[in-house]
Design a protein around this ligand. Structure first.
Ligand code: ARG
Length: 395
C-alpha cells in the first residue's frame, strides 16, 4: 500500500507543484485540505484542481469564523502591527491552517505532513512549529527540500499541465479576510512603485471627493458594530474593508525583517485591519491609565513578535493573552474615523469607562485641577535630572 501525505492546498503555484512532487518523487498518495479563511477564492474550483491533479481525497474546511474569533480578534486586542506596519494577515492564518491539517492527518492516519513553503520565508516556521506541537509525523516541504525557485516551479507546472492563473505568474499572493500580501516579480526591486493593478481591495484612482466616516463600536476590545449596525464578526470586517478600500485607505509598502533574517519588500492591502487597530488603540488610550498604556505597548510588541515569528503555540503567548484579555474589560466605546483620499484618522472617541475628565483637562474657567499643586511635583520629578546637569556644568 502506498504511503499517504496530507497537504494544505491553496490551489496556487507552490502547493500545486508539491502535489506532483509528492506523487512522483515520494510515490505517495496525496490528501489535500483547503482551509477557507476568507481568501475569496472559488473553493469548488480548488477542489476540481486538486482532483485533476490526481489526489486521493480533497477536504474543504470553512474556518472563517474561527479565524476571526480566535486569531483576528486577539490580534486587534494586541494592536498587532509587526514593525508598526504589518497586520499579520498571513501569520495569523498559518497556525489555524496547520491545526486543521493536523485534524485531517489524524482522521486519515497519514504517514507524513506536507506544506508548500519555501525555506526563505516565515511560513515554514509557522507550519513546522504547529505541526511539531501537535504530532510526531515527518514533515515534507518539497519547495524547501529541493531548493526550488519560482521559475523552475513555473516550468515544472507547464511540463505537468498544471494550470496557473495570470496573477500568480506576476506576483506571489496570499490573501484572507484580514489582508492581502503581494510579493515577488517587479516588487522585488524595493525602489519600484507597485503597479495599480496589483491592488484589488484598495481603490487607487478616481477617489471620492467627499470624506467618509466609520463609527466603530467596541465591546471589551472587540469590534461589534459599525455605523450603528450590529454586524456578524465576519461581515463587520468585510464592511470596513470595503468602505476604507473605496476611499483608497489600506495599502502598506515596507521593508520587513523575516524570522530567518532576510529583509523583504512587502506590499499589503489591509484596509479593515489598519482602521480597526487604529480605532482600538485610540480607545485604549482613553480608558487605560498611563501606566497601563506604557506597559501594554510592550506586551503588544512581544505578542506581535511571537505571532509573526511562528511561536503562536508558545506558553508565553498564552500568558500574554491572559494579560491582554484582562486589560480589555474596559475597552468598550465608540471611535469615529474619517477617511479621505487614501488617508484616515481618528476624529472622535467616547466610552463609559473613559478616564478623560473635561473638568480636569480644561484650560477654561473653573477647572477641578489646581495647577499650583504642580510646582512641587515638577520639582521632585526633575530632581535628579536637574542635579546631574548642575553637577556636570561645574566640571
Ligand atoms: N511577509 C508576510 C508574512 O510572513 C506575508 C507573506 C505572504 N506570502 C506570500 N506568498 N505572498 O506573514
Amino acid at each position: 500500500m502506498k504511503q499517504k501525505a496530507v497537504l494544505a492546498f491553496s490551489g496556487g503555484l507552490d502547493t500545486s507543484v508539491v502535489i506532483k512532487y509528492l506523487q512522483e518523487k515520494h510515490r505517495m498518495d496525496v490528501i489535500t485540505v483547503t482551509i477557507d479563511v476568507g481568501e475569496g477564492s472559488d473553493q469548488k474550483k480548488i477542489a476540481t484542481k486538486a482532483k485533476n491533479l490526481g489526489v486521493l481525497r480533497h477536504y474543504n474546511i470553512d474556518a472563517k469564523q474561527e479565524f476571526v474569533s480566535d486569531f483576528i480578534h486577539p490580534s486587534i486586542k494586541a494592536n498587532a502591527l509587526y514593525q508598526k506596519k504589518y497586520c499579520l494577515a498571513t501569520s495569523l492564518a498559518r497556525p489555524l491552517i496547520a491545526q486543521k491539517v493536523l485534524e485531517i492527518a489524524k482522521k486519515e492516519k497519514v504517514d507524513a505532513l506536507a506544506h508548500g513553503c519555501t525555506g526563505k520565508g516565515n511560513d515554514q516556521v509557522r507550519f513546522d512549529v504547529t505541526f511539531g506541537s501537535g504530532s510526531n509525523l515527518p514533515i515534507i516541504a518539497p519547495i524547501r527540500d529541493l531548493n526550488l525557485d519560482r521559475t523552475t516551479e513555473l516550468e515544472f507546472a507547464n511540463k505537468h499541465g498544471i494550470p496557473i492563473d495570470s496573477v500568480s505568474k506576476k506576483f506571489s499572493i496570499d490573501q484572507n479576510l484580514w489582508g492581502r500580501a503581494i510579493e515577488g516579480g517587479n516588487l522585488e526591486d524595493p525602489y519600484t512603485e507597485p503597479p495599480d493593478d496589483a491592488f484589488i481591495w484598495v481603490k487607487t484612482k478616481n477617489l471620492p471627493d467627499k470624506a467618509k466616516y466609520l463609527e466603530i463600536e467596541f465591546e471589551q476590545g472587540i469590534p461589534v458594530a459599525v455605523d450603528k449596525k450590529r454586524l456578524s464578526q465576519i461581515k463587520l470586517i468585510e464592511y470596513v474593508n470595503q468602505v476604507a478600500g473605496s476611499c483608497g485607505v489600506g495599502i502598506v509598502d515596507h521593508i520587513e525583517d523575516r524570522v530567518v533574517g532576510i529583509k523583504s519588500r512587502e506590499v499589503y492591502e489591509t484596509p479593515a485591519a489598519l482602521c480597526l487597530i487604529e480605532a482600538h488603540s485610540d480607545l485604549e488610550k482613553m480608558v487605560h491609565t498611563k501606566h497601563q498604556n506604557k506597559f501594554k505597548s510592550l506586551v503588544d510588541q512581544e505578542w506581535t513578535w511571537l505571532a509573526y515569528s511562528g511561536l503562536w503555540q508558545d506558553p508565553l503567548k498564552r500568558d500574554l493573552d491572559k494579560f491582554i484579555d484582562q486589560s480589555q474589560k474596559v475597552v468598550t466605546g465608540t471611535v469615529k474615523l474619517k477617511l479621505y483620499k487614501g488617508s484616515f484618522r481618528v476624529v472622535g472617541r467616547k466610552s463609559k469607562y473613559s478616564l478623560y475628565s473635561h473638568d480636569i483637562a480644561t484650560y477654561g474657567k473653573g477647572s477641578a485641577f489646581d495647577q499650583r499643586k504642580a510646582t512641587g511635583f515638577v520639582e521632585l520629578w526633575g530632581l535628579q535630572t536637574t542635579e546631574a546637569n548642575k553637577l556636570s556644568n561645574k566640571r
